[in-house]
Design a protein around this ligand. Structure first.
Ligand code: ATP
Length: 579
């Protein structure tokens, strides 16, 4: 396929935001593609050179684009930069500079190969070589083609073509409807590579997709859990099931091929470099030669061997100073699933059997351990297990259907999570100051008030900083009363002592204190309590009002930011404190 045809399609996509029109345009493009073209087309429309998990970077940034354009057009770098300033995008600059070029005869494959060559160029004089290759490519393209070519590596297509749109369009390209989306999606969930799925689909049809199996080195889209309301809910849905602690760390999918170990995160990014201790643990303790296993990576206290809170584990997610942080915060892997072992795909084997197999394959040692399990259908025992885990500072429990296969990428009731936050375990209440209100929708609209914007007191800066939007806890009588009081102190701008990101419909003077109960404290970008620079602030999760107005408190008597920080820390370290 000519590159020009892909460009026509991209131009069409740019003009619409309607999903159906996008699907139709992409389906037409896919239909016209050959077996050889289809994967490059998919990668390029998603601004990539390969599947998301493959670490191939274009290696083309603004500076290189400007240099290549200068070379291709004979203009100076300064002239190029000047144009960029007015146009705001190197794609448009390229189109303008190269508009006299004839339409090219280059194929998608040729363009893709040259971009790949640029990406893989290394060694001495890399920048020079990359610039030459890009300038050469630009010179062979028409203005319109150059525009899109540059936008791809610079991440400026802004088309919003997500995986679901690609999958649906692939189905449309064969059947004119979305009927084949399910088998396409299953294949994608198993191999995480839409280009490869499309190639097989094109070459051998939908039946061939069924044969795609998990493969060591190709991360598998992870199975996810639905929420459980209670222990009874778990038993009603699953009957006799496996109950495990819900460890609060980082999900890790580990691929072992002899001594080569790769680790992937929840969103399938490769994190091997960050966790050399886990990789080494797998090499030492995992008895299968080839395998894919999953577990939760957790930081442990070097003195006591206790698991540390999530906030500590995430400190290991860093690209520098790895050896140092590894010594300070060594990780453990609590393994809970097995997808592949010694040449066999076991994803269709029932969960309990996979778990038993996993247990057998782990030799005793420091890093790897199999997740603790209780098999039961007794809601009381589940509740007891849950309470024990909460007391030890864990997040809650996971319940798993005993005979369930590993369903890549699926969130369903094969796995259920029951978490502390759903059961209201933040025991302390928080006093906040009302700084504004929102008018509310539905039933509340008749009151003209539906939620309050509430702040804490920052005694260091003498400011009120927001911590919650709260719409629960007042009765139908109390809402109008509240509104009447607030309207008397309404302002047409935020009060000078109030710092907020969220905008209410009506600002008010910080005057009334209310008492709030919440499930827990979380980090949030839309609240300003404890917010420093670009870091998120702190917020209450599932807040509700207790009582009405605390007439005995002044705004400055509200809970302070320092207190909320202490509560947040306590919530994270309950486990260590209780032990
Ligand atoms: P989700 O992953 O479901 O989208 P999320 O990212 O908010 O949601 P949680 O709701 O906390 O995560 O629950 C799922 C996560 O719990 C898993 O992805 C995994 O990292 C973690 N987890 C901890 N212990 C277990 C366990 N025993 N079995 C499965 N997952 C566990």
């Amino acid at each position: 396929m000519r590159f020009a045809k892909l460009v026509d399609c991209l131009a069409r996509l740019e003009k619409t935001t309607k999903r159906l029109e996008m699907t139709a345009a992409l389906a037409e493009l896919f239909k016209g593609a050959s077996e050889e073209d289809i994967a490059p087309i998919i990668y390029l429309t998603q601004e990539r050179l390969g599947p998301a998990f493959a670490p191939i970077d274009f290696g083309i940034g603004d500076a290189l684009a400007a240099q290549a354009l200068a070379k291709a057009s004979g203009k100076t770098i300064d002239a190029i930069k000047k144009q960029y300033k007015t146009k705001g995008d190197y794609g448009t600059v390229a189109e303008n500079l190269l508009k006299q070029n004839d339409g090219s005869k280059l194929t998608v494959k040729k363009v893709y190969d040259q971009l790949m060559q640029i990406a893989t160029t290394s060694g001495e004089g890399t920048v020079e070589k990359k610039t030459d290759l890009l300038a050469d490519l630009l010179n062979k393209l028409s203005g319109a083609e150059a525009r899109y070519l540059l936008r791809i590596p610079l991440g400026r297509l802004r088309l919003g073509i997500g995986d679901p749109t690609v999958m649906e369009s692939l189905s449309w390209s064969k059947t004119g409807d979305k009927s084949l989306r399910a088998p396409i999606e299953r294949a994608y969930n198993v191999c995480s590579d839409l280009g490869e799925v499309a190639r097989i689909f094109k070459a051998d049809g939908v039946d061939a997709l069924e044969k795609i199996q998990v493969k060591v080195g190709n991360p598998v889209r992870m199975a996810l859990a639905e929420r459980a309301k209670s222990s009874e809910d778990v038993v009603t849905r699953l009957g006799k099931c496996a109950i495990e602690p819900k460890y609060d760390g980082l999900r890790a999918q580990i691929h072992k091929d002899g001594d080569r170990v790769r680790i992937y995160s929840r969103n399938l990014e490769e994190t091997t470099e960050m966790f050399p201790d886990i990789a080494e643990g797998v090499r030492k303790q995992f008895k299968a030669k080839t395998a894919i296993l999953e577990g939760e990576a957790l930081a442990v206290d070097t003195e006591t061997g206790d698991y540390l809170p999530f906030q500590m584990t995430t400190q290991r997610k860093r690209k520098h100073g790895i050896a140092e942080s590894q010594a300070k915060l060594p990780l453990k892997l609590l393994a809970f699933d097995l997808l592949y072992a010694d040449g066999k795909d076991v994803t269709r084997v029932g969960y309990q059997e996979r778990h038993a197999l996993l247990d057998k394959l782990i030799a005793r040692g420091e890093t790897l351990e199999v997740a603790e399990q209780l098999v039961t259908q007794d809601a009381k025992l589940i509740e007891k297990f849950f309470m024990e885990k909460i007391e030890h500072g864990l997040e809650g429990i996971m319940a798993k259907r005993l005979d369930s296969p590993y369903q890549a990428g699926a969130r369903n009731f094969n796995w259920m999570k029951l978490k502390r936050s759903y059961q209201g375990h933040l025991t302390d209440t928080v006093d906040g100051v009302v700084v504004g209100y929102l008018r509310g929708r539905g039933m509340r609209a008749r009151f003209g008030i539906g939620a309050l914007l509430v702040a804490l007191y920052d005694d260091q800066q003498d400011k009120f900083v927001t911590v919650a939007k709260i719409g629960t806890g007042f009765s139908d009588e109390e809402w109008p009363q509240m509104r009447a009081l607030l309207d008397k102190i309404a302002l047409d701008h935020p009060h000078a002592r109030v710092e907020a990101v969220m905008e209410p419909d009506v600002w008010v003077e910080p005057k009334y204190v209310i008492e709030m109960q919440a499930d827990e404290i979380t980090r949030s970008p839309i609240h300003t309590a404890g917010k420093i620079d670009d870091e998120p602030g702190y917020a209450l999760r599932f807040p509700r009002v207790k009582g009405f107005i605390r007439a005995d408190k002044k705004p400055e008597d509200a809970t302070t930011v320092a207190e909320i920080l202490r509560m947040f820390k306590k919530q994270g370290s309950q486990r260590t404190e209780n032990e």
